[in-house]
Design a protein around this ligand. Structure first.
Ligand code: TGC
Ligand code: FAD
Length: 391
């Protein structure tokens, strides 16, 4: 029997590994992505912007913000459900998954995990609803892969802290109502919730990006910015604070990047089925089929790994180095698939009309942020050998 499909995940009967609730939630996100995101993504990418303030409440209503967090207006979904949502959102565009990751896995998670009861009650319900936007400032112009070398300083003066420094490449900083900012202190590192409008805080936008164009990126400039001690996240005073948050966002990327890859393969299948070359369909040539088969095998392997990691996370057994295994695999696999799919589309593949090159360009950022591929190799290398090779 010959069966043709444009969903490469049927090769591993992936859907059969999910339960009814996971499938239902995934399908709701797919519907939302098709109706609210996909029709606009080309124009957002083309214009190099995103209507973040309008999208926030829509994502909030969907339950996508802080989806896997409990209480304070958060949906409390499973890690696998959250992963599936990331996959469907990033199948439209990595910039949109970034929006969800930064809000839920970074800014909200930081407050949820390391914040006081008062901070959680004050900020999380609005953030879950998407009416309060957050960002997460760790990276600096001279401290990306090595956040321990950050220069941003927090100096205590009575009941206040004075913040000085610059954060760079911060998703959503120009539109955020609250920024979770990490700084060095006399005793280690600390996280602060800084509200927009606080004197000494500004967040200029970074323009002319060639990647993640449907996402707003900026700096955070702290110039003698004073915040009360009640804005400090009280439960952590080491780099463990921000790095714990990164595990959450990296986990979402494991699934998300594969969503982008799946969309590329689907697009390539549809295109090669109809494109005629040398008198027959492009999909009928052995070289096309070899590419489509190899890419689909890699995608299925990646998704099965993502599911295993998700099941471990739901059992509270997922280790940070295992998150690195998934992040490294998904991002490398996805970018290779996106580039290969582009070749199958020929010249049409270089336009915005088709998704593979847009995804490939986005995946350059996804490969770099949340720990570069090299950082994840080093984290896995340390887990295997017991030897640290970062420095
Ligand atoms: P190291 O000495 O190993 O650790 C310092 C403290 O942190 C703890 N720790 C972790 N805790 C939880 N999860 C992890 N993954 C952790 N890794 C380390 C560690 O136990 C220790 O705790 P304590 O209490 O004893 O102090 O730190 P190191 O300076 O040697 O750095 C290790 C390294 C290189 C792996 C780390 O710095 C790293 O991961 N670098 C990459 C930086 C990065 O990923 N930045 C991402 C910025 S955010 C972003 O990109 C958002 S993109 C937007 C979007 O997602 O869409
Ligand atoms: P560098 O650390 O300078 O690395 C440059 C190269 O050197 C890389 O290939 C790296 O792998 C390699 N390298 C570094 N150290 C080693 C080593 N020890 N051994 C071998 N190779 C090494 N950050 C935030 O805090 N919040 C955000 O919201 C955020 N959003 C982002 C959005 C976008 C679109 C992008 C592109 C980035 C974002 N980032 C954000 C920043 C991101 O996390 C950093 O870019 C990333 O951590 C890498 O840091 P870097 O760019 O300074 O590169």
């Amino acid at each position: 029997m010959t069966v043709s499909t444009t969903d490469p995940l049927t090769l591993s009967s992936f859907d059969g590994l999910l339960d009814d609730e996971e499938r239902m939630l995934r399908d709701a996100v797919t519907d939302f992505a098709h109706s609210e995101l996909a029709p606009h993504v080309q124009s957002w990418f083309d214009a190099g912007t995103l209507p973040a303030k309008e999208l926030g409440p829509k994502f909030g209503e969907l339950g996508a913000l802080g989806m896997h967090l409990e209480g304070y207006g958060c949906p409390g979904a499973s890690a696998v459900s959250y992963g599936l949502a990331c996959m469907e959102i990033e199948a439209v565009d990595s910039g949109l998954r970034s929006f969800v990751s930064v809000q839920g896995s970074l800014a909200m998670f930081a407050i949820h995990h390391w914040g006081s009861e008062e901070q959680k009650e004050k900020y999380l319900p609005g953030m879950a609803a998407g009416t309060t936007l957050g960002c997460f400032g760790l990276t600096e112009p001279d401290a990306g892969s090595d956040p321990a070398s950050m220069k941003t300083r927090a100096t205590r003066e009575g009941d206040e802290w004075i913040l000085n420094g610059t954060k760079m490449w911060i998703t959503n900083s120009p539109v955020a109502d609250v920024a979770v900012v990490w700084a060095r202190t006399e005793d280690g590192y600390a996280g602060f919730i800084v509200e927009k409008g606080t004197p000494g805080f500004s967040a200029p936008e970074i323009h002319k990006k060639l990647s993640l164009r449907a996402s707003i990126t900026g700096e955070i400039v702290l110039d003698n910015c004073r915040v009360p001690d009640s804005q400090r996240l009280p439960k952590v005073s080491s780099l463990r604070g921000p790095l714990t948050c990164l595990n959450e966002a990296r986990y979402g990327i494991i699934w998300g990047a594969l969503g982008a890859a799946r969309d590329c393969i689907t697009t390539a299948l549809e295109y090669t089925n109809t494109r005629q070359v040398f008198g027959k369909s492009l999909s009928s040539f052995q070289l096309s089929q070899a590419k489509l088969a190899d890419m689909s095998v890699e995608l299925n392997k990646g998704v099965l790994l993502a599911l295993q990691l998700g099941r471990l996370k739901d059992q509270h057994k997922l280790e940070p180095h295992q998150v690195s295994v998934g992040k490294l695999n998904s991002t490398r696999t996805a970018i290779a698939i996106a580039r290969e799919c582009r070749t199958l589309l020929g010249a049409s593949g270089i336009t915005l009309e088709y998704s593979p090159l847009r995804h490939a360009n986005n995946l350059e950022s996804v490969l770099t942020y949340e720990g570069t591929a090299e950082m994840h190799q080093l984290i896995i290398g340390k887990a295997l050998t017991g030897e640290e090779a970062f420095r």
